[in-house]
Ligand binder design. Sequence first.
Ligand code: NAD
Length: 514
Amino acid sequence: MTGPAAGAPTRLPEPVERFLARGHGLWIDGRWETPAAARTLPVLNPADGSTLAHVALAEAADVDRAVASSRRAFDEGTWTRVPPAERSRCLERLADLLEEHEDTLAVLDTLDNGMPLAQSRGEVRSSAAHLRYYAGWATKIHGETIPVREAGRFFVYTRREPVGVVAAITAWNFPLDNATWKLGAPLAAGDCVILKPAEETPLSALYLAQLSREAGFPPGVLNVITGLGEEAGAALSEHPRVDKIAFTGSTETGRKIVAASAGNLKRVTLELGGKSAVILLDDVAVEEVAPSVLHGVFHNAGQVCSALSRVLVQRRRYRPFTERVAELASRIRVGPGLDPDTQMGPLVSETQLHRVLGYIDAGRREGAHVLCGGTRPGGPLGNGYFVAPTVFGQVDPGMRIAQEEIFGPVLGVVPFDTLDEAVALANATPYGLAAGVWTHDLAAAHRLAANLRSGTVWVNCDNEFDPAVPFGGYRQSGYGRELGAHALEAYTHVKSVWISLAGPGEGSARPANP
Ligand code: NAD
């Protein structure tokens, strides 16, 4: 039985109460601004549907103001002329502040997104680690010298320069991580950033905005605006004075952003959805993998772009594995994220709840078997957006639940016989974000890692991340990479400079009639 966790504390920490109770504007040019139309949006607690706060709804005129501020900060060199070591110090200070405010930020993300508090604490720490990693890069971004034809005639070098004004549009599943993943590299490189968090989970980004002032970022270097995707997000995507969009979200929205960006051919990087598979070879015992498989799909209630939501099991282990995983899944304690007993929180919104329940119905209709879950827990959880951890057996690879991203706590198990068949099944969706392999056979692991068409492969582990390791998608999971040195490429131009060593005189002159 999926048991509800015991109960959340009734009083929130005082800084959280204070933050929720105050008005929330748009963070533009280092101060809080009122949106042009003074419209607001309620922010809901997914654990019980109650209203946590109201945030400002930015529209096109507000986006113009934010872009003008960032443009000014970039074009006047407010940030690019700051010595790299000072840019590094600002990022370090912001990381320090995140850590100092961990209690508040973690509770805000748990209230807003629903995730268990231990998880949102981890999110704050990984966000700080991310900023520290890129603080290190701020002093190490440089070009190269290139030997060219006719030695001694030319000196050629490259410069790495920031791309300019970056609009970062993020999803709701890891509110603070998604935001900081889009701040470290550009701020280290000298770009100015406008962050637009998801409308479902704007609170930690607003809190971060005020910390950025304390960290020493000059006005306009980091603006934070809240608003709807189809208004503020769309206005940023098509804005002629924005140089780059860094996007995390659905494949469908990614397509719209690419289309909207065409006007000024702005740069775009896309971190999109996935339908990641984990392959279990039969040399691995069920008990060796079951807990990790559960983590791979039920972590953050399955609202993880790299959720390993399809488990491909070599046939000999199929039955014992499905039985054991269903048994363990049914024991996961579901409840509000603030309850210390909770292992899995609610889905982020009512929309997401109905989307996930719709997929569960589709799975049933198409003939898959629900081995556990498939329902909303009732009782004290009845007002929240909870879905019990769900495991499907008898899943045909062509079914919608095996092809489409559910973004919820739903696992489908599919049997296979040979490695080639496993690779073909794993690669048989439009996505390519991540994949997992469990085996003791090193040769099989390498063979699978080479043949899986995804941006990340985890062997005998799942959902491991580090600021130094690039992350991104193949195919419809997006393009560009976040994290690591590779992310810097997306936020910098490479300029080539040719210097004639003969000077402007005769030695370098072209003939009059070339
Ligand atoms: P979404 O695409 O609906 O929204 C994401 C962001 O885009 C939000 O800030 C939203 O306001 C904005 N937006 C919506 N419409 C827009 C438009 N027309 N123009 C510009 N911006 C617009 O996605 P979601 O439902 O919030 O997030 C879930 C999706 O995000 C899943 O598909 C998941 O896989 C993906 N995701 C991917 C990664 C990754 O790193 N690959 C990480 C987290 C989430």
